[in-house]
Write a protein that binds this ligand. Structure first.
Ligand SMILES: NC(=O)c1ccc[n+]([C@@H]2O[C@H](COP(=O)([O-])OP(=O)(O)OC[C@H]3O[C@@H](n4cnc5c(N)ncnc54)[C@H](O)[C@@H]3O)[C@@H](O)[C@H]2O)c1
Length: 456
């Protein structure tokens, strides 16, 4: 693996980059290049997004991004434009828009990628490079993006401009650190010249160096394989946790002990998998192939997607919930510690409960303050929901729930039932609470997923 040159930290770098798509990923990439000393042009289709980015303290940025944007705007190193209002002059153009799934067929929706590729292409000059960052079905860069770049520019990929595919490997909340310090950059090019350009470019920012992939498709697949690995392993953890419950075995003790062995990495079970990445990538793989089996991949998706249905069945049967039961769901974010609710399993839990006529619901999240789908179901008053609910379901492993003084919950009537789907209260006991948990294996309490285990 190659090592990068020293990060320039604020000193001028004779490079201008453009970033098309200024969401979570695009702003992080823009920040990294600003920190390396480059000038950055940012483009987004949303004028509102551009307006809010001009006031970076108004956005829920990680600190390094906020600082880089504030400094970049103050020094003029960062210019922000709604797409179409200015022509990109940068010699390196990053395309950072998301590829989501169509709702019904679970096929990749390339609308944003096509739009941003055309915008980047229309400003291409000979000698420029285009870097494609989103996770995509294998073959997308070559068969979809490159033709759009060529059509929009009238130039030829390879001979006139370089094409690089480099997937983002970042976690919400620590993206700058991930890019600069934590992971090597995965890079690929449409030809050797593009790959060499990618190497020179990424070594300016990635302290862990680069991993050169043999072609675009291998790099595209690598990113998907990372997500599939996580999804399949979470499904495995979910099945093992349910099996433990049936057998009266504590999954959390099993997991801790098993993971002391270096070849075992049991993941965390839970209510399923949310976020813009892990639940999406398995479908990019499954739909890309015609002859190869994707049984484990698709079954894992099914297991993870069913966890919420299992819980609702169990609430109705084991916990006897009805339309007068007050339920609070703790956590809207798809993962603890982030304010991101994309594809959160909590939405599905709310929908299914409402469909069953259970409407006395509240959703608590310490980091997400507003949500257009949930409206006034969302609250930040944890003490209030816990004192007034009959059942509280821990859906997200927010630190606040681990640190909460559960013994201080004030109740007037019956005990609060807590259903812990993230193993946060394992081994704890409080007189005012009845605690049930996924994988607790406690034969004194109804199993959360008893029905499913019975029918499996
Ligand atoms: N979010 C993550 O944690 C993460 C991590 C690794 C990789 N990724 C990948 O990165 C991609 C980008 O994700 P994100 O989280 O930044 O998305 P996002 O939804 O936060 O932001 C996307 C932005 O692109 C803009 N946009 C849409 N169409 C455009 C166009 N034609 N031209 C310019 N701007 C346009 C939108 O207005 C929005 O501001 C995803 O496909 C994902 O696979 C995401």
């Amino acid at each position: 693996m190659l090592q990068p040159r020293e990060i320039k930290d604020g000193r001028a770098l004779d490079l201008k980059v453009a970033v098309f798509g200024l969401g979570f990923v695009g702003t992080s990439i823009a920040a990294v290049w600003l920190r390396a000393g480059a000038a950055v042009e940012g483009f987004d289709v949303s004028s509102e997004r551009i307006a809010s980015l001009r006031n970076p303290t108004s956005i829920d940025f990680e600190q390094a991004v906020e600082e880089a944007f504030a400094q970049g705007l103050a020094t003029g190193k960062l210019q922000l434009y709604p797409v179409g209002s200015a022509k990109s002059e940068a010699s390196v153009k990053f395309v950072c828009v998301p590829v989501y799934l169509s709702n019904r067929e679970k096929r990749a929706d390339l609308t944003f990628l096509k739009g941003a590729s055309s915008s980047a292409g229309s400003a291409l000059k000979k000698g420029d490079a285009v870097v494609i960052c989103p996770s995509v079905p294998p073959g997308t860069t070559r068969s979809v993006v490159v033709p759009l770049l060529q059509n929009a520019s009238g130039l030829s990929a390879g001979s006139d401009f370089d094409v690089i595919y480099s997937p983002e490997r970042i976690l919400v909340g620590r993206a700058v650190e991930d890019i600069e310090k934590r992971y090597p950059a995965i890079i690929s090019g449409i030809d050797e010249k593009s790959l060499a350009r990618a190497e020179a470019l990424f070594l300016k920012v990635a302290q862990k160096g680069v991993i050169k992939m043999p072609n675009l498709e291998t790099a595209e697949f690598e990113k998907l394989a990372e997500g599939v690995y996580r999804d399949v392993n979470i499904a495995l953890a979910n099945e093992l946790a349910m099996a433990c419950d049936e057998l009266g075995v504590n999954f959390w003790s099993v997991r801790e002990a098993a993971n002391s062995q270096p070849f075992c990495n049991l993941h965390m079970p839970g209510l399923g998998v949310g976020g813009a990445c892990i639940p999406v990538y398995p479908w990019f793989v499954a739909h890309a192939v015609k002859e190869s089996a994707t049984t484990i991949i698709e079954n894992s998706r099914e297991v993870n997607d069913s966890m919420v249905d299992y819980l609702v069945t169990s609430l109705l049967t084991n916990f006897k919930v009805g339309d007068d039961t007050k339920i609070s769901i703790l956590g809207l974010a798809f993962r603890g510690g982030v304010a991101d609710s994309r594809l959160s399993v909590t939405y599905r839990l709310v929908d299914l409960l409402q469909k069953e006529g259970i409407t006395r619901l509240k959703v608590h999240d310490p980091l997400i303050l507003k949500d257009s789908r949930l409206g006034n179901l969302l609250t930040q008053d944890l003490d209030g929901v816990l004192s007034s609910s009959d059942i509280a379901i821990i859906a997200t492993d927010h630190k606040m729930y681990t640190d909460y003084q559960w013994g201080s919950v004030k109740r007037t009537g019956s005990k609060l039932k807590v259903i812990d789907c993230k193993g946060l209260l394992i081994g704890k006991e409080f007189t005012s609470l009845d605690i049930f948990g996924l994988g607790y294996g406690d034969d004194h309490n109804p199993r959360i997923y008893e029905k499913v285990v019975d029918s499996a």
